[in-house]
Design a protein around this ligand. Structure first.
Ligand SMILES: Nc1nc2c(c(=O)[nH]1)N[C@H]1C(S)=C(S)[C@@H](COP(=O)(O)OP(=O)(O)OC[C@H]3O[C@@H](n4cnc5c(=O)[nH]c(N)nc54)[C@H](O)[C@@H]3O)O[C@H]1N2
Ligand SMILES: Nc1nc2c(c(=O)[nH]1)N[C@H]1C(S)=C(S)[C@@H](COP(=O)(O)OP(=O)(O)OC[C@H]3O[C@@H](n4cnc5c(=O)[nH]c(N)nc54)[C@H](O)[C@@H]3O)O[C@H]1N2
Ligand SMILES: [Mo]
Length: 665
């Protein structure tokens, strides 16, 4: 099963339970693997538990906002407007845009620091080096709350303990001169970053998104940005800290918290951990041993195995896709998706609301209800869980994704599949109404006779308490405008949300007198880890044959593969088609003008695109950019599927390409 950070929490929870608890099959992974997997491994290896400790209130309190490869103005326009508002009120908020291309975010920034792809690793280490060299690190904070960690040889996710001296010596290699050479930033620009972190009177918020996560060293760069904040003590007070932004509405809620990743179980538990399996089997009322202890295939591997002949022993024959469009958004599409076409015995099931590049190759299409057409719950990137009731009924045969999963489970139950039974022989998704009578929720005409979302969510809530991620009861959530977990009932009987985790006085799980307490600490001593990870060059870099860096991403007007936004006339008119952004000097040299059609080629594919020079954004010399929203121009036929060894998140942001002129405009 291939799911999504756009699944509602109950949808993801039902799919996860169906696969792992019902079919004893862990081959379920979401599109969020392509999106925030590196943030997850970054948090877990730094703090011992996933997800940001801080929240969006930081935007209202920071003095300096550093964007580490995030086109904030276009991709998080609502959050960005909080910063714009502050500026309009006359407050000084400094914006530093660390980026590989000049975007709309750069236009609003005080400092635009354009660096070479991948060199963020060196830049981060250079900041740590400067802090130590200037003796401007926060000795007291570090001694009380942190341990140092090195990558190990070869690098591992867990790394190995190192001393402060070893850390100091490792980052010492990243001098201003050397880092300037690797990154292309000037010495002054690197010093500016050092100055900011050395200044304890400023509150610095670091934000990042796909620039750091879609990275073959994604875990490493996440580790390093946390490290700078911990080392400098820019941590824990409102406006002062590192925070990874998520893109999809429920990548946190449905993927990270519900654990719809191939190795995970709800509540940050793991399939390869006996205790985690027991907890899940207990909550799901399953016989012991039902859950398979072997992690399933991560996204890239899952699709590679789907595009492998069925005769191979580890091939996957059937995939059910819900709320995602892999036929457009997976990397290296010829290898990971189109390959299915020539193979016998492959069965692709797709639940979607519209025809897409994925339904093109589907063997079975299940029409789905859109979010307003069903009940739902999402969890966003500041740990906020939000609930809604359906506003309209879905048209025609469209059905809730959650219902589809439950209906299939029921059919299997009726066919006698042992996995669809609990240990007392009941249906896996049995539900009763308030009077205690069983409701046949697998029958669509009865699905809304009870609130299936509420029942599933209340069951799921048991998992949330295992690792201090307590969720509010459904009725409380239904009344609130979202609540940030842990949500804990106070002595006053009210349910209280938490805006800052690990911070005394704010997080109910921090013991009195502790100050900060990383209570899931990797080292078991309530401390966080300050990581050193080295700069490692990317697997594919421009060369004589393919002299350009190809970067891909998004535009303001469109949502991902454009299935929704390309159907909205105003948005489609505003941004009608994909294009390739080229630097003016490169264009002049290649005798290319605005609007000319060029062929962009990589080692994996090629495509014709109109050229846009000095348009919405602009690339540096030697760089090109193509957005991925246009179904007629599947740029992912050209992208690379190389991924971070720990998070398995692919790098869509850099590969080598060449540009050939086809015809003038
Ligand atoms: N309008 C709109 N908004 C969206 C979305 C959408 O489709 N449309 N999608 C949502 C989703 S799911 C996501 S994940 C977010 C994505 O939000 P972003 O990550 O902001 O957007 P992208 O266009 O994917 O990536 C752009 C950034 O990648 C950086 N980058 C490129 N190479 C590197 C590198 O080597 N290192 C670093 N550090 N940075 C690099 C560039 O500097 C640039 O700032 O947007 C969300 N918001
Ligand atoms: N080249 C390149 N590729 C990328 C990225 C990149 O930066 N560059 N970014 C990656 C990232 S970060 C992300 S998050 C992914 C996003 O990749 P996808 O998730 O594949 O993109 P979406 O267009 O959001 O696809 C959602 C699909 O669900 C359908 N849908 C909407 N609502 C519902 C519903 O309620 N039920 C059902 N069943 N279907 C529904 C939509 O019609 C659409 O087809 O793309 C990844 N791919
Ligand atoms: Mo994403």
């Amino acid at each position: 099963m291939y799911g999504s950070g756009q699944w509602t929490i109950p949808e993801g929870y039902a799919a996860n339970k169906f696969m792992k608890g019902g079919l004893s099959n862990n081959h379920i992974d979401p599109n969020a693997r392509l999106c925030m997997a590196s943030a997850v491994t970054g948090y877990i290896s730094t703090y011992g538990v996933d997800e940001p400790y801080n929240c969006y209130d930081d935007l209202d309190n920071c003095d300096t906002l550093i964007l580490w490869g995030n086109n904030f103005a276009e991709m998080h326009p609502v959050l960005f407007s909080r910063v714009v508002d502050r500026r309009l009120r006359g407050q000084k908020v400094e914006l530093i845009d660390l980026t590989t291309r000049h975007t709309r975010t750069s236009q609003q920034s005080d400092h635009v620091l354009i660096f070479q792809p991948q060199s963020d690793l060196a830049i981060a280490n250079c900041i740590s080096h400067q802090l130590i060299e200037r003796n401007a690190w926060d000795r007291e904070f570090v001694e009380r709350y942190c341990n140092f960690r090195g990558p190990g040889q070869p690098q591992t996710l867990k790394g190995e303990p190192i001393t402060f001296e070893q850390f100091r010596d490792s980052v010492a290699e990243y001098t201003i001169e050397k880092t300037s050479q690797i990154s292309g930033l000037s010495a002054d620009q690197l010093r500016l970053l050092g100055d900011r972190f050395a200044d304890r009177s400023r509150r610095i918020l670091s934000l990042w998104c796909m620039g750091m996560n879609q990275h073959t060293q994604g875990t490493a760069i996440n580790n390093l940005v946390h490290a700078i904040h911990l080392l400098s003590g820019h941590f824990g007070t409102p406006g002062d800290g590192p925070q990874s932004l998520t893109g999809q509405p429920s990548a946190c809620g449905t993927v990270r918290e519900v654990g719809t990743l191939a190795h995970a179980l709800p509540g940050d538990l793991r399939v390869d951990d006996e205790k985690g399996r027991h907890i899940a089997e207990d909550i799901w009322k399953l016989p012991e041993g039902r859950i398979n202890p072997a992690p399933g295939y991560h996204t890239v591997l899952m699709w590679e195995k789907f595009c492998t002949p069925t005769t191979a022993p580890d091939a996957i024959d059937t995939i059910w896709v819900q709320v995602t469009n892999p036929g457009q958004t997976l990397p290296n599409l010829h290898k990971l998706f189109r390959g299915k076409k020539e193979l016998e015995g492959k069965f692709l099931i797709v639940s979607d609301v519209y025809p897409t590049a994925t339904t093109d190759l589907a063997d079975l299409i299940l029409p789905s209800a859109l979010w307003v057409e069903k009940n739902g719950i999402f969890g966003n990137s500041e740990r906020r869980t939000q609930q809604w009731f359906r506003m309209i009924t879905p048209p025609g045969d469209a059905r809730d994704d959650c219902w589809q999963t439950i209906a299939v489970a029921r059919k299997l139950f009726e066919l006698g599949h042992p996995g669809m039974k609990t240990k007392d022989g009941k249906f896996l998704f049995q539900q009763a109404n308030d009077a205690g009578e069983e409701v046949p929720i697998w029958d669509w005409s009865h699905y809304y006779d009870t609130n299936v979302d509420e029942r599933l969510y209340e069951e799921y809530r048991n998992f949330s308490r295992v690792k201090h991620k307590d969720l509010a009861p459904y009725p409380v959530l239904a009344k609130a405008r979202g609540l940030r977990w842990p949500v804990v009932q106070g002595e006053d009987g009210e349910w209280h949300e938490t805006n800052y985790r690990f911070v005394e006085g704010k997080d109910p799980y921090v013991a009195k007198g502790k100050g900060y307490q990383f209570y899931h600490s990797v080292t078991g001593d309530d401390k966080a880890l300050i990581w050193f990870r080295p700069y490692v060059p990317p697997p594919e870099m421009p060369d004589e044959k393919y002299p350009f860096w190809l970067d891909t991403g998004r535009v303001l007007e469109h949502w991902h593969s454009g299935t929704l936004t390309m159907r909205i006339p105003t948005l489609r008119k505003a941004m009608p088609q994909a294009y390739v952004e080229i630097n003016r000097d490169d264009a002049t040299r290649l005798k290319i003008q605005n609007g000319d059609v060029v062929r962009v080629e990589t080692r994996r594919g090629s495509m014709e695109l109109p050229v846009w020079i000095d348009g919405r954004a602009s690339c540096s010399p030697g760089h090109i950019f193509v957005p991925f929203f246009d179904q007629r121009k599947l740029i992912n036929e050209l992208t690379l599927d190389a991924h971070c060894p720990f998070s398995k998140q692919p790098d869509y942001k850099k590969c080598a390409a060449r540009v050939v002129k086809v015809k003038p405009s």
